[in-house]
Design a binder for this molecule. Structure first.
Ligand code: C5P
Length: 228
């Protein structure tokens, strides 16, 4: 590949190093099967189906080898590495392995059912020149702000829920991470905003929901079985 074609390459970092304590299981959340396929495998397959060329999977330290077995079908396209303490540490470690890819996506393994068209949308927006892109969905519940001992209603139409994959011009994301230091960020777009990079939104999708508690697993199982 020439250096120009490397620049056109799209890499994804699939962060899967969380413990999944909230699901009350012995194994990491990303290794839990949904309709017979581990969550992390589904997440990686969605990246490829959406136009990603190669994936760095960030796994819990003790699980790197076992996670590697999930991806024997893609020896040249998937690399499994060990993660860090916080999500942003796992992303930073992944960034060191994306090489010269000009576009990088960061995706939660905990969102295994993300439709490929959302992945494609994010990639296209970065290709069109946006340095940081997030998929978003409307806030459907009413919202209230906590004020000491009481609560006040807020206008929900002014809020959006942010999903992944988030997409970036790779050099922008590298700059954002080197600027972050010890400060904790909930996602990579917020980290980019901290260095004054504008964040572009594209429509997300309900199927990109994050599996957090046991009910989410039940829902994912039903949806995945309906698909197969
Ligand atoms: O805990 P939560 O569901 O918010 O984590 C979001 C994603 O970040 C998950 O896919 C999880 O595996 C990943 N993560 C990570 N490294 C950490 C913590 C979370 O890769 N230290």
């Amino acid at each position: 590949m020439t250096s120009q074609s490397f620049k056109d390459e799209v890499a994804a970092i699939v962060v899967a190093a969380g413990s999944g304590v909230r699901l009350g299981r012995e194994i990491p959340k990303a290794a839990i099967e949904i309709a017979g396929v581990p969550m992390v495998t589904r997440a990686v397959q969605a990246m490829f189906a959406g136009g990603v060329d190669k994936v760095v999977v960030v796994a819990p330290e003790a699980w790197v080898e076992r996670f590697g077995h999930f991806f024997t079908a893609y020896p040249d396209r998937v690399k499994v590495i060990s993660g860090g303490l916080m999500r942003q540490d796992s992303v930073r470690l992944g960034l060191a392995h994306v090489g010269a890819a000009g576009i990088v996506l960061v995706h939660d393994a905990a969102r295994p059912l993300v439709p490929p068209f959302v992945v494609d949308r994010v990639i296209e927006a970065v290709r069109d020149g946006a340095p940081a892109v997030i998929p978003v969905v409307p806030q459907v519940d009413s919202l209230r702000r906590i004020r000491r001992s009481w609560t006040v209603a807020v206008d929900r139409s002014t809020f959006l829920r942010v999903q992944t994959p988030q997409g970036f011009d790779t050099s922008t994301l590298r700059r954002a991470h080197s600027n972050a230091g010890d400060k904790e960020f909930t996602d990579d777009a917020t980290m980019c905003e901290a260095i004054d990079v504008p964040v572009t939104t594209v429509p997300g999708d309900g199927l990109a929901f994050k599996i957090t508690d046991p009910m989410d697993l039940v829902l994912a199982e039903v949806i995945a079985r309906g698909d197969s």
